[in-house]
Design a protein around this ligand. Structure first.
Ligand code: SF4
Length: 361
């Protein structure tokens, strides 16, 4: 398949691996921010073919993993309210909150439905005019525009039984928080291709220019990732810090202005609580006043008790890149994909799930 086979070519991959080995002299810790990259890196065995000078660390780019426990608790509180249908993406179902999960509530009789897109939730609202349907929205800049389009459509149709509980997040503010953290050292970022198709490269310029950290926007096939690593270490070796695009077949520097306009029409930027990173100014999205009739926070009692998390779970540190899953004493022993203690083991893009599946294989 064009644009896929050539990026899985073992011979080409081998040449890039040799080039990386020849070029890399300085120790470099490179963070792949995005969970899709984490999985792709493990699946292709990329960590095992890199020289000792290069350490790849996983970042907070898995939307399920960074959803704060209090947001899970609020979703659980929602589905316990009479006449409510909660709709959300599949991975969120199993994420443990303080004392329950959406999956557990569904087993107890709550009406919780897995959807693949916001418009599926809209259809549920159309078909159930006597019920209140709440979409629990998670995801980064790639998902937010489609959720914005969903809310706008609900508004145009006058669907008064459709609501959004927004736990959407913006990635660039989280990168800055990581760079300011004392317990995390990062020499460069492998930036997510899909997010960049929306935001363009401008948000990374501050990271490159102010913090002096190279950024390369990467695709998701093995050759994409290896080439991006080569581009990053070339900058590290030459003391440069620029924003470069490896994934040029899908990404341009401007991003998608139409999608950003849609987001700006529907959402205000607000502070948001991230698992592992705490509250980050300007990193969340909440519906604007014009759409408040669809804002679940204004129409439902979402007061939840103080959040409790499993005391041994180190998801927060894993998401910051300050430890790896194998540093967690619960990893594999009691925390497994079939019995997850934290979201990093639940999500198909979670770092703990990736280590469980591939580490030591
Ligand atoms: S292995 Fe399990 S308990 Fe440990 S950090 Fe990962 S999700 Fe949390």
């Amino acid at each position: 398949m064009k644009y896929q086979d050539e990026y899985r070519d073992p011979e080409l991959a081998g040449r890039i691996i040799r080039a990386i080995g020849e070029r890399s002299r300085t120790a470099a810790r490179l963070m792949e921010i995005c969970g899709t990259h984490t999985m792709a890196i493990f699946r292709a065995g990329i960590r095992s073919v890199l020289p000792e000078t290069i350490t790849l660390i996983s970042g907070p780019g898995c939307p399920v993993c960074v959803t704060a426990a209090e947001d899970i608790d609020r979703a659980v509180a929602l589905c316990r309210q009479p006449g409510v249908i909660v709709a959300t993406f599949g991975d969120l179902m199993r994420v443990p909150g303080s004392e329950s999960s959406l999956n557990r509530e569904k087993a107890r009789g709550a009406d919780v439905r897995v959807v693949y897109a916001g418009f599926d939730a809209l259809e549920i609202a159309r078909q159930n005019p006597q019920r209140r349907v709440v979409m629990v929205g998670i995801g980064f800049e790639t998902t937010a525009p489609t959720i914005a389009a969903t809310v706008r459509q609900a508004n145009r149709e006058g669907l008064q039984n459709f609501f959004l509980l927004s736990a959407h997040k913006l990635l660039p503010p989280a990168m800055e928080v990581l760079l300011a953290a004392e317990d995390v050292h990062i020499d460069g970022f492998l930036c997510p291709g899909h997010v960049t198709t929306i935001i363009g490269i401008e948000p990374y310029r501050k990271v490159a220019q102010q913090y002096g950290k190279p950024c390369v926007v990467s695709g998701f096939e093995p050759v994409d990732i290896l080439q991006s690593i080569y581009m990053l270490i070339s900058q590290v070796e030459s003391g440069e810090s620029e924003v470069e695009i490896q994934y040029s077949r899908a990404v341009n520097s401007e991003g998608n202005e139409r999608a950003r306009k849609l987001m700006a029409e529907v959402f205000d930027t607000v502070d948001a609580s991230w698992r592992g990173l705490g509250s980050i100014p300007g990193s969340g999205l909440r519906l604007k006043r014009d759409f408040r009739e669809h804002d679940a926070e204004l129409h439902f009692d979402l007061e939840v008790p103080t959040v409790r998390q499993h005391p041994g779970c180190r998801c927060g540190e894993v998401l910051r890149g300050s430890c790896t899953p194998v540093d967690c004493p619960l990893f594999r022993s009691s925390c497994t994909p079939s019995n997850p203690y934290g979201p990093c083991m639940v999500s198909s893009e979670g770092t703990c799930a990736a280590y469980y599946q591939y580490h030591g294989v």
